[in-house]
Design a protein around this ligand. Structure first.
Ligand code: TPP
Ligand code: SF4
Length: 250
């Protein structure tokens, strides 16, 4: 019988520890599938963040580092400069990348570091109990905005792709979503393209991946996917925000 679905080689056998309906596991799997398909198992090197996905180093069967709060792009910069033939990526939540480590993220992009940031935007600090993140939507209730995020009191949500696009060092920026199979396939294509652009040496690459956190959003898994589609995508439009002048073939 023809096998149509297998576990990617770049994933270990460990079951994910994530809550039911969390899309971190889907994002991990996509990364592993791309590593398999690009045949870069020996060369891929990932950097784990703080947050729920800190344990990604247990799930990806490749060389992995773990960086302290928000420092993943700086660690990735060092590794890539020492080992320029490696595919180097960070995997970071919005609290890690867009709040705690904004400086590292912005300057890695400005310098045009040849790394890829996989930026998981679930609109909350999930692991620490669902506090407001820079990406929390206006009106969204979190443990630190119990009446909903308010523009005057809490500021406006940060759009990371739009923020990095004007920087000359950024080469590929895309925002994708994991709310249904079609978009999961599109997310995989964007991750692959970011990796290809990195390996071609064009500059900094980032894929923002809109993800669900049913636990901290207080929603059952399916409703969380619906909330992602209906509430998050209008504020965070999907698409490619920056592509190299010369397209990579994927
Ligand atoms: C009390 C406390 N404050 C701060 C931290 C540092 N910290 C570790 S994980 C985390 C949240 C990360 O959130 P995010 O990057 O959005 O990832 P997610 O958990 O949503 O995947 C923070 C602030 C901590 N561990 N404990
Ligand atoms: S708290 Fe949220 S982000 Fe963390 S594992 Fe659970 S659903 Fe996923």
């Amino acid at each position: 019988m023809k096998k149509i679905f297998t576990r990617p080689e770049a994933l270990t056998d460990l079951p994910f520890h994530y809550c039911p309906g969390c899309t971190h596991g889907i994002a991990h799997r996509l990364v592993a599938e791309v590593i398999d398909e690009m045949d870069i198992y020996e060369r891929a090197l990932g950097i784990a963040p703080v947050g729920c996905s800190v344990f990604i180093y247990n799930y990806l069967d490749i060389d992995m580092y773990q960086a302290a709060h928000g420092r993943a792009p700086a660690v990735g910069t060092g590794i890539k400069r020492v080992l320029p033939d490696r595919l180097v990526f960070t995997y970071q939540g919005d609290g890690d990348a867009a709040a705690i480590g904004t400086g590292e993220l912005v300057h890695a992009a400005a310098r045009g570091e040849k790394i890829t940031v996989l930026f998981i935007n679930n609109a909350v600090y999930a692991m620490t109990g669902g506090q407001m993140a820079p990406t929390t939507l206006l009106g969204q209730k979190t443990t630190t905005t119990p009446y909903g995020r308010d523009k005057d009191a809490n500021g406006l949500p940060v759009k990371v792709c739009e923020m990095l696009a004007p920087l000359d060092g950024s080469a590929y920026l895309a925002r994708v979503s994991l709310h249904n199979p079609k978009h999961i396939m599109m997310a995989k294509k964007a991750i692959r393209k970011a990796f290809e652009v990195q390996m071609r040496g064009d500059g900094f690459t980032l894929v923002e991946i809109l993800s669900s956190c049913p636990t901290n959003w207080g929603l059952p898994p399916l409703e969380a996917l619906k909330w992602l589609e209906e509430k998050m995508i209008p504020y965070y439009p999907l698409g490619e925000y920056k592509t190299p002048a010369e397209e990579v073939q994927i």
